[in-house]
Design a protein around this ligand. Structure first.
Ligand SMILES: *Cc1c(COP(=O)(O)O)cnc(C)c1O
Length: 399
């Protein structure tokens, strides 16, 4: 029976591969498994194999997979009202704005559907509010893949095939105050920064950098944008990573974990900047729809009720301590805040990712040599212990 069951499931995987390779754009490099279900910090593949998920849909599933509160809220909303457009008011959107905005340090919100879309809105707002055109961004930055967001994304392989992009963008070394001084000037609409870089390899800036960035922008009459698409919603042990520095930007973006796994993003701004957005300047058909807002409301409530922001800080410290305790030669550096942790290796991390997956742990690799740990914030110490054991074995093999 056991064998028969496994064979049937293997056929399902084969079927998926055949259809994908024939009909889907081949722009993704995928891991060789198909995921069929998830619960908390665990997911299961088409062969019934279980994994501890340290990818979490790339920092999306902060409250865990299929949290009962999201399942309930979405199920209820889906039978009441799914979509109506922003030609009308809905109480779900107003309620979400009222609960969410005070958490952010900003004054107003525009709802959209993804991180890149939030960044597009931020760039448009910066031009609108300042009447200037230029942007400054950081090396190793990642802000998204649409034309505007791509223009401020550093990686040349992502950008160059699609030039010309928006002009003019200057890239400066991250966490380097001197470099900002020359670059941010009277033509700069905004400086855009991730308060901790995600895709660029979990880089935490030096103390004082974000405050200096704020001061330099103010002197030049430029706006400061914090891209908290990945760092938001408790990921770094605070609601937003900017809180570690106390700096309040003019504009902020967030997305990934906002609606518990459903697609939602937000562009936020201080009143002075938000008020420059005129009627008709910007819009999104699906933005802030009732179904998405119901999911985001449920997700916010779970983060509050279960104390997931503090838990992220605690579990993050525990994970970093355990990783540091390994004292492996192939480990260059361990860095991060809360449950956004990177482990830079002296070896390629691909084989470690493969070994971990084969042994029931999902991880991914950013900028070639950095293992990224962004598990659901509900991950348990026992699960972290298992993750660290498997990673240690994987690295020992790769050495
Ligand atoms: C993921 C990410 C984006 C892009 O978000 P999408 O939803 O994939 O468009 C933008 N900025 C940061 C910092 C991100 O991590």
């Amino acid at each position: 029976m056991e064998n028969l069951y496994q064979d049937t499931m293997k056929d399902l995987y084969q079927d998926i591969i055949e259809k994908d390779s024939k009909y889907v754009f081949q722009n993704y490099t995928r891991q060789p498994i198909a995921i069929t279900s998830g619960q908390g910090a665990l997911v299961r593949d088409s062969q019934g194999k279980e994994y501890i998920d340290c990818v979490a849909g790339i920092a999306v599933n902060n409250i865990g997979h299929c949290h009962p509160a999201i399942v309930e809220a979405v199920s209820r909303q889906v039978s009441e009202l799914i979509h109506v457009s922003n030609l009308y008011y809905t109480h779900q959107q107003a309620e979400l704005a009222a609960r969410f905005v005070p958490r952010t340090g900003m004054d107003r919100v525009f709802f959209c559907n993804s991180g890149t879309e939030a960044v597009e809105g931020a760039l448009k707002l910066a031009r609108r509010a300042t009447g200037r055109t230029d942007f400054v961004a950081a090396e190793h930055s990642f802000h998204g893949r649409t034309m505007g967001a791509l223009s401020v994304t550093h990686k040349p392989q992502y950008r160059e095939p699609f030039q010309p992009l928006i002009q003019k963008v200057e890239f400066v070394p991250y966490s380097n105050v001197e470099a900002l001084k020359g670059a941010v000037n009277n033509d700069t609409a905004a400086l855009i920064l991730e308060p901790i870089q995600g895709e660029g390899g979990i880089r935490v800036p030096e103390e004082g950098y974000l405050q200096a960035a704020k001061d330099i922008c103010e002197d030049a009459g430029a706006l400061l944008i914090f891209d908290e698409v990945q760092t938001g919603m408790g990921r770094t042990g605070k609601w937003f990573a900017r809180e570690h520095s106390g700096v309040v930007p003019d504009i902020m973006t967030t997305a990934k974990a906002m609606a518990g796994g459903l697609p939602m993003g937000a562009l936020l701004a201080r009143e002075e900047t938000a008020s420059k957005m005129q009627k008709g300047d910007h819009a999104a058909t699906f933005g802030g729809g009732p179904l998405l807002c119901a999911a985001a409301l449920a997700s916010l409530k779970v983060i509050e009720d279960e104390g997931l922001v503090d838990r992220s800080a605690r579990m993050g410290r525990y994970l970093i301590e355990k990783l540091e305790g390994l004292e492996l030669e192939a480990v260059r550096e361990i860095r991060g805040k809360g449950l956004m942790v990177g482990m830079e290796l002296a070896v390629k991390c691909g084989p470690v990712v493969d070994y971990a997956r084969e042994n029931g742990v999902l991880l991914n690799c950013t900028s070639d040599s950095v293992l990224r740990f962004v598990p659901p914030l509900v991950i348990t110490p026992t699960q972290i212990d298992r993750v660290v054991d498997v990673v240690a074995q994987g690295i020992e093999r790769a050495e």
